[in-house]
Design a protein. Structure first.
Length: 113
């Protein structure tokens, strides 16, 4: 069993930035394909970004150019750098290890003035 722990969420003003972190309890997990998802109030969980085992990166259209996914395998950590945040980015953000379908508990991001 692998545990994923997200952190870095919080309240930020529109136009601001946040960096989310996802630490895996087992070091090997961070080498697998990892993704970030988010779920806004009253909406279904949606995919945000993926970083593959070979480093291939993909984003959903709404965050392209604003969000950056990256990993530090030595720290068993995947990051999501979020810039130019808007109210539409308000959601609980979840880390997902794709290979074994592990999920973190989520971290709340609220964009509001």
């Amino acid at each position: 069993q692998v545990q994923l722990m997200e952190s870095g969420g919080g309240l930020v003003q529109p136009g601001g930035s946040l960096t989310l972190s996802c630490v895996a309890s087992r070091s090997s997990s961070s080498h697998f394909a990892m993704a970030w998802y988010r779920q806004a109030p009253g909406k279904q969980r949606e995919w945000v970004a993926t970083i593959g085992t070979g480093g291939t990166i993909t984003y959903t259209n709404s965050v392209k150019g604003r969000f950056t996914i990256s990993r530090d395998s030595a720290k068993s950590t995947v990051y999501l750098q979020m810039n130019s945040l808007g109210p539409e980015d308000t959601a609980v953000y979840y880390c997902h290890q794709i290979t074994d379908n592990y999920w973190g508990q989520g971290t709340q991001v609220t964009v509001s003035s």
